[in-house]
Design a protein around this ligand. Structure first.
Ligand code: SF4
Ligand code: SF4
Length: 120
């Protein structure tokens, strides 16, 4: 692995079919607070969530933290960092009990405007 690849956070280089493909660890923030890219926001229904960790596992940006034992039934629950979540919807798609809804970001912007706040 080259020095430049190491600087960019590349942890491995694979060559499927002869094409060089650098792999890096998922992580928030190489481009700053990317949450403003979002057009839809994932909202977790903790009553429905079973704490299975699948959303945490599949989030491509690694912006979901699992908080142990804080669910209404004592289950571990996902907390999403909206400063960096890009709203891709992968977490909602993989949730086996449909506990994550993707909600139009405009709904939150309107509410934050009313409250005099800003967006994440
Ligand atoms: S919408 Fe995408 S980036 Fe945001 S928490 Fe879900 S999987 Fe991660
Ligand atoms: S995938 Fe669904 S059930 Fe599993 S932890 Fe995430 S929100 Fe909860």
């Amino acid at each position: 692995m080259s020095e430049s690849e190491q600087r960019r956070g590349v942890v491995a280089v694979i060559e499927p079919g002869g094409h060089k493909l650098p792999l890096s660890m998922a992580g928030p923030g190489a481009m700053g607070k990317t949450g403003y890219w979002r057009t839809q926001r994932p909202v977790v229904n903790y009553e429905r969530c079973t704490g299975c960790y699948l959303c945490w596992l599949y989030c491509p940006d690694n912006v979901i933290e699992m908080v142990p034992g804080k669910g209404p039934r004592g289950q571990d629950i996902p907390v999403i960092d909206y400063d960096y979540c890009k709203g891709c919807g992968v977490c909602a798609a993989v949730c086996p009990v449909k506990a994550i809804d993707m909600v139009d970001e405009s709904k939150f912007l309107a509410r934050e405007k009313e409250e005099g706040g800003g967006n994440a």
